[in-house]
Design a protein. Structure first.
Length: 577
């Protein structure tokens, strides 16, 4: 049961007029001002717009993201006939830890379902949707086919998240706030009326076709991953040495350097057209990467200097460039410009670059194009990294580069460098996590959501020791000591698909990725004071409540990884050049 908290104090939270989104027109400006507010200020605006929401027990309105707050204050949800219930749903799912992108998807799905019900039956409030209305609506087979995905997300939002919230309310609380909660879909509605069986069968056939291809190439894919990770590992070790040289005074930022290496890889041809794995031929090739290591202060200084030099003294453009540099000098001693350890690299294009430059180039192209049409560049969203710090840069670098790109567009100039800017440490973490996941998918006989359960708390102890044998079946011996060589099997106790109780966990062999898991553990401990932090399982997964919070290894920035960033990590590292 959720205890009813005391009503918050009536003392208003001050919002400066220059940051108040209610005082401007246009979605872009409103969203920009919302982003400048603190979580407490955004929560204050929502509760001022919807005072009835104060009655919702145990709802943390400060968890609302900028995207979701905009939806309920100024977006389509704010103009919907069920705007009050949609705002309540937004607060409840945000308090449950659902990420902003999925929360917006659920909001769109719920609005679509309610709009169609209003169109077909003339309902004026959500609570006029009766069982008879659902039954009559469900008999429209063609409509159910087109709305299958929307209905699935409606059920996830209302029948799962809101149902969980309802169960923890007292009878008195439920009577007081029941009108704020959307009506659930009837039990068995999707099973009876939504043709998901056909959709699932078609998806299963598609997955099987892909699995058959992967099964034939599994050995080559695994070998490719295990060859590419050492290449990335050698680069990051070299990069860290250069950072040490800069911080010791041996080099000065910006530092233009050249990295050279030999990498093992697969050629693009023969690719998917190959008749067998035997037709794939490994190749060793030299790679050369020319880059400049920057800090934000030096990079901004270079940008403003170039802008001023490209203008003619006495012109309006020249004065605008001088004014922009003057404003920058007023704030360069604060924020990211004042961090002496905030490094990133700019790539100078050339021939024979390492394999990981290709995916970086594609991501940077999306970043530089993402700010068009008034959309803001952001981390953990579709216009920025899917999971900041894993594969794509941390939030600070995305925000810094995004501000530069947006400033150039406002001033109608193209002064950003031609080279791709990236964060080597984040790229390394992406390759490391991706290698570990693909290795486990191919060797542990586990699904992706079973692999994502791997935790520092779930290792099976003691480990199983076995004797390593040669091709002839006899034990291998160390050539120096003549002792028999032994190895260990590392296992994790994970909850497989279809099971929800802790006593139904099974043991999975994760030995093939043990070195990668050890490195992930080392990085997490280094970032969190020697401890692997406890984080909640991805809240968008149906078993998130059963899995709870643990010291999961596939996490970063205090959040468990979801499937979307995992998919983005797998593709680049498993594609031949």
């Amino acid at each position: 049961m959720i205890p009813t908290p005391a009503r918050p104090a009536d003392a208003a939270i001050s919002i400066p007029p220059e940051r108040d989104p209610r005082l401007v027109d246009g979605a872009g400006r409103q969203r920009q001002r919302l982003g400048q507010l603190s979580p407490a200020q955004r929560a204050c605006l929502v509760l001022e717009r919807y005072p009835a929401l104060r009655d919702l027990a145990n709802c943390d309105w400060q968890q609302l993201s900028v995207r979701v707050a905009f939806c309920v204050l100024f977006g389509e949800s704010s103009r919907h006939f069920a705007h009050l219930q949609l705002a309540a749903l937004a607060g409840i799912v945000a308090s449950a830890g659902v990420n902003a992108a999925y929360a917006v998807e659920m909001d769109v799905a719920v609005r679509t379902v309610l709009d169609r019900l209003q169109h077909d039956f003339g309902i004026t409030t959500p609570h006029t949707i009766t069982l008879d209305v659902w039954e009559a609506w469900g008999r429209d087979t063609n409509l159910m086919q087109t709305l299958s995905m929307r209905l699935r997300k409606y059920a996830a939002a209302v029948n799962h998240h809101l149902a969980d919230y309802r169960e923890r309310l007292s009878q008195d609380d439920l009577a007081r706030v029941g009108h704020l909660l959307l009506p659930p879909m009837p039990k068995q509605f999707r099973y009876r009326f939504v043709p998901e069986a056909e959709w699932r069968a078609a998806a299963q056939r598609t997955r099987k076709a892909k699995t058959d291809v992967v099964s034939e190439c599994a050995t080559a894919i695994l070998a490719l991953m295990l060859a590419r990770y050492p290449s990335m590992d050698r680069f990051i070790r070299w990069y860290r040495q250069q950072i040490e040289r800069i911080e010791s005074g041996e080099l000065s930022a910006p530092a233009r350097l050249v990295y050279e290496d030999d990498q093992l890889d697969l050629p693009r041809q023969p690719g998917p057209e190959a008749a067998s794995v035997e037709q794939l031929r490994w190749q060793t090739s030299p790679v050369r990467l020319e880059l400049t290591i920057w800090r934000p202060y030096e990079f901004s200084q270079r940008r403003y200097t170039d802008w001023i030099q490209q203008t003619t003294p006495g012109t309006a453009e020249h004065e605008r460039a001088l004014s922009a540099r003057s404003h920058w000098k007023e704030r360069y001693k604060t924020g990211i410009h004042a961090d002496p350890h905030a490094y990133f690299a700019e790539i100078h294009p050339g021939d024979g670059m390492p394999w990981f430059i290709g995916p970086l180039t594609k991501w940077y192209a999306r970043l530089t194009q993402g700010g068009r049409h008034g959309k803001a560049l952001q981390a953990d969203g579709r216009l920025g990294p899917v999971h900041a710090g894993i594969g794509t840069p941390e939030d600070w670098l995305v925000g810094y580069l995004g501000q530069g790109i947006a400033a150039d567009r406002r001033n109608d100039r193209c002064a950003m460098p031609a080279g791709v800017c990236f964060e080597p440490e984040a790229t390394y973490r992406g390759v490391l996590y991706g290698t570990a996941i693909v290795t486990l998918m191919l060797t542990a006989d586990a699904r992706i959501h079973e692999i994502l359960q791997i935790s520092a708390d779930r290792f099976v102890k003691p480990v199983r020791v076995y004797i390593v044998k040669g091709p002839d079946g006899t034990p291998k011996r160390d050539p120096t000591t003549n002792r028999i060589i032994t190895d260990v099997i590392i296992e994790q106790r994970l909850l497989p698909k279809g099971r929800k109780r802790d006593d139904l966990r099974l043991q999975y062999d994760v030995s093939a990725a043990r070195l990668h898991l050890q490195e992930i553990t080392r990085l997490l401990k280094a970032a969190h004071g020697g401890q692997v932090p406890v984080v909640a399982y991805d809240p968008s997964h149906p078993k998130a409540e059963q899995l709870g919070a643990e010291r999961y290894l596939f996490q970063w920035n205090g959040r468990h990884l979801s499937v979307n960033p995992i998919n983005s990590l797998r593709r680049p590292a498993t594609t031949a050049r």
